[in-house]
Design a protein around this ligand. Sequence first.
Ligand code: ASP
Length: 331
Amino acid sequence: MLTRKDFLKRTSFTALGSLFLPVIACNNNSKEKKVVPLAKGSASPLVIATWKNLKATEAAMHVIKNNGSALDAVEAGAKVPEADPEDMSVGYGGRPDRDGFVTLDACIMDENGNTGSVTFLQHIIHPISVARLVMEKTPHVMLSGDGALQFALGNGFNTENLLTDKAKAEWEEWVKENKYTPVVNEHNHDTIGILAIDNKQNISGACSTSGWAYKMHGRVGDSPIPGAGMYVDNEVGGACATGTGELVVKICGSFLVVELMRKGATPQEAVEEAVHRIVKKNHIKDEQVGFLAVNKNGEHGAYALRENFSYTYYTDKGNSVFDASFELKKV
Ligand code: ASP
């Protein structure tokens, strides 16, 4: 696996990108900071996704290469793990809640700031597509539970059994061990957060998950909440999160990352600041939580509190998985 450092060494990409970095101009007398807007239109198409999601970034880039929109790209990308029974944190094959129900959360956001979301949705294999329809066909942003299901059924989606034999067997073992009290399932977070920049330099994002394994029935995490699990502002950039959603929600994580970039932070500085804020506010040292970000210039950042955080990044240089752990700093 390439580390981010290896990748950056091999390309002049960041050097180019830095020509367009937002500049914080200081007036020496007043020490007032003025933010000069990011240059527009300097990024090549790219797709970035949490974890080892090579097939998802491939599907998204395929859309962009065929001149599709970033919005179509992120939906196509998120649908890949949603349909994959081996991905046990997203869609079909996702681990159930503590009562044995697979309940899904997803949100999507386009370059115009439109967003749609579903929470606590059962029986539908592609929550991201339902979220998109909420955005496009309703006056609302978010539909939940039975209401979201009814909406999906009314729009041609079919119900399916999303609990695979493998996930059911694991859950039954967990119940047998009498671990009914939810605890953080540290190795089970594989939510897909995906951001794309298309040929028109537009940015969109999507996020989809079955959430925290063996969560309480009815629990909703950060992933379907625009501004928490994912956020895009086409003037600035986008961000998405993975890990313990409760921590992300409490700082409006993805919104925070985008706003920090708006004020002049690089994507890397912004994701580090968001994680550090979580650490500080919750007095924790060790928890799985991380962010990805891209800015309008196509620069990106990745940072997690724990070392096993990987992400997939597809540009004109290729499609690769990176390990963000070298960036881990103890705070
Ligand atoms: N963030 C997701 C949630 O809390 C879980 C994950 O990223 O694995 O629902």
